[in-house]
Write a protein of this length. Structure first.
Ligand code: PLP
Length: 404
């Protein structure tokens, strides 16, 4: 038997993260000297704040470099519990209702591993962040999709939710603000979904609030357990420091939820990675307890870029783009370009062919909508310098005009 034949069958249904694959291809082309502008990466171009770095140097000097409790030190759990109370009006007991993992990814994965049995369904509004379906499959679950397109600002509608829920649904996944669309639910919109969920008492709710702090135009952020308190005992409120604090490499994510679920997630983690990095936990305590004023300065920059990118895209024939509430993504439709031909005679028949065309002809890397479950769209990350973004918009505009 070859090594390939030895691989587990559970891998056959999952694909490696397509966003990472495109970023890697763009990086490769860049290394070959091709002047690629990458709009595919899902991380801020800002650096981790200095006060976080300084607290980390201190933690290292003090010897906080050993194993810690599996799902987080008492200090980080206390800081997270305070954060939930201060920012979300949510009361989670630091000892029993908080868990900390190696990035938001591990926390979500632990939750699926701790709960899914074969046949259990995970309801995921599409477009979705690429990892939810594959994580559910790896944990023996079955992803089910419910469409939420641009006509509803990419937000799950109560009637569609009701129609999609079944007796097999174990989880509903919400992600607000969303990757890939940037759309965020208001308190009222969440309450309307909550009304439906009240009729389905066996469904648990996983809310991925990773982009909570990246909202613009005075949007008032809300999370479902906060605005539907009667759902709190079946909601897992997930968050992390990767995006708002520009700490993607530090690998810390966390969640608040019902004690039995939190305990089970800790059990999964205890037999896989054990504790997240001790030093990164110390850094996160500093991030969550420090002065958050840097965020509003950064958000002003993000908002300016979003507005520029949305305006530019909407002025390109065949492309239309909604203006989202948050995150650092936009998710334009290219429906009006389908059927056109490139100068080399290739047909634009899908968002994948459009993304390939942009990479080759304009040297701009974007992620095709097929990766996120709603076509024909593409995702632009505007977490890159305003100068590079302007250049990218000029290149995309030219490439679009060159189509016939
Ligand atoms: N959730 C969403 C919606 C994301 O976009 C990402 C990262 O891209 C994550 C979770 C994972 O975050 P982390 O890097 O902390 O694992």
């Amino acid at each position: 038997m070859t090594v390939t034949e030895q691989l587990a069958s559970r891998l056959s249904d999952i694909k490696p993260s397509p966003t990472m694959a495109i970023s890697a291809k763009a990086a490769e082309m860049k290394a070959e000297g091709i002047p690629i502008i990458g709009l595919a990466a899902g991380e801020p171009d800002f650096d981790t704040p200095d006060f976080v770095k300084e607290a980390t140097y201190k933690a290292i000097a003090e010897g906080q470099t050993k194993y810690t409790a599996v799902d987080g030190t008492p200090a980080i759990k206390a800081a997270i519990s305070e954060k939930f109370l201060r920012e979300n009006d949510l009361s989670y007991d630091a000892k029993t209702e908080i868990t900390v993992g190696t990035g938001g990814k591990q926390v979500l994965y632990n939750a699926f591993m701790a709960t899914l049995n074969p046949g259990d369904e995970v309801l995921i509004p599409a477009p979705y962040w690429v990892s939810y379906p594959d994580m559910a499959i790896l944990a023996s679950g079955t992803p089910k999709f419910v469409s939420a397109g641009p006509e509803v600002n990419f937000k799950l509608q109560p009637n569609d939710l009701r129609a999609a829920l079944t007796t097999k649904t174990k989880w509903l996944v919400l992600n607000s603000p969303s990757n890939p669309t940037g759309s965020a639910y208001s308190a009222i919109e969440l309450q309307r979904l909550g009304e439906v969920l009240k009729d389905f008492p066996n469904v648990m709710i996983m809310t991925d609030d990773m982009y909570e702090h990246l909202v613009y135009d005075g949007f008032e952020y809300a999370t479902i357990a906060q605005v539907c308190p009667d759902l709190k005992d079946r909601t897992l409120t997930c968050n992390g420091v990767s995006k708002a604090f520009a700490m993607t490499g530090w690998r810390i994510g966390y969640a608040g939820g019902p004690a039995p679920l939190i305990k089970a997630m800790g059990k999964v983690q205890s037999q896989s990675t054990s504790n997240p990095s001790s030093v990164s936990q110390a850094a996160t305590v500093a991030a969550l307890t420090g002065d958050p004023s840097f965020l509003s300065d950064r958000n002003k920059v993000f908002k300016g870029r979003r507005d520029m990118v949305v305006d530019r895209l909407n002025n390109m024939p065949g492309i239309s783009c909604t203006k989202p509430e948050g995150a650092f993504y936009v998710y334009p439709s290219l429906e009006g370009l389908i059927g056109k031909k490139t100068p080399a005679g290739q047909s634009i028949d899908s968002d994948s062919s459009f993304a390939s065309y942009l990479l080759d002809a304009a040297q701009v890397a974007v992620v095709p909508g097929v990766a996120f479950g709603l076509e024909p769209h593409f995702r632009i990350s505007y977490a890159t310098s305003t100068e590079a973004l302007t250049d990218a918009m000029n290149r995309i505009e030219k490439a679009v005009k060159d189509l016939a």
